[in-house]
Design a protein around this ligand. Sequence first.
Ligand code: ATP
Length: 351
Amino acid sequence: MAAIELRGLTKVYPGGVKALDALDLAVPDGEFFALLGPSGCGKTTLLRTIAGLETATGGSVVIGGRDVTGVQPGGRDVAMVFQDYALFPHMDVTDNIAYPLRIKKVARSARQEKAAEVGARLGLEHLMDRRPGQLSGGQQQRVALARVMATQAQAYLFDEPLSNLDARLRLEARTFLKKLQRELGVTTVFVTHDQAEALAMADRMAVMEAGHIRQIGTPAEVFQRPANTFVAGFIGSTPMNLLDGTVRGDTLEVAGCKVALPAAGPSDGEQVVYGVRPEYMSYSAEPVEGALGGKVVIVENLGASHLVTLDVNDVTVQVVVPEGSEPAIGDDGYALPRRDRALVYRDGELV
Ligand code: ATP
């Protein structure tokens, strides 16, 4: 087990794409850390640079206190699970799991014993003689994970290991992987473009944009207090309402309505962005002071609740309404933000 530290890490690909831009990151020993961000933001490059599969153009990678920037992948003592599992089709499950031990010249009997032990831990004991082609996607994924765990590295690196699974298996695998990481306590960096996955699994997470880290925090911090409008717009299964506002004393004028100013700092007359999640507003059919009032234009069923879209003086505002109290299209509706959950952004940054 070991902490991972990245200092000023930069990667410019031949051709000039700057995939990582002087990035700093510290993942403490034993942490389960998720890297999240839109396609092309540099997540895979970051993981591959930690593993040594890409050479950094600048900065350094430190694992367990040792600077490994110039060290070959084999000398870094990290194990990586790839998106496509990269299993050997001609080997059975035992040999696939034991492969890294064979490379390390571990004796055959010891290899097989270790493969059996790790395989059992991952519920593969009845599949050890099968080849990858005779396994389901979820089983193949577990073999790939078992192979990584058999190596007992200082750190694990996972690149979207759940991306090939169907929705239900994916949920199961999430819980399973999190439990396993807890038990093993091995520092793990996990790349995903699925925010629900990052929020559910990570101890802490980073949100990346174009080679930069835009926020690092616990899932709760990132969800409740996004540090900037990029993260605010990116995180959340229903996106946060981000509305232009003007400061008027201790209130904000937003979409022709007056709401409470949630943070001190911005001065009178200043233009800001007001942010509030649809989950953090209460809905009323009657006018309420401090609410955003308009006409209901869309009602979407979310299962146990409804997402109601209001047209507030030509500005779109979304609010989550509990089952049973949803309005009809064309009704007047009022969304009252929770003051302790509303946010103000100035020049894109949280005040
Ligand atoms: P995704 O979620 O789509 O996998 P990502 O966040 O993992 O994306 P990367 O694969 O790290 O992003 O790519 C970051 C940037 O670097 C992108 O602009 C990509 O086009 C570019 N890139 C990646 N690999 C190479 C390469 N071998 N040569 C040149 N450019 C590359």
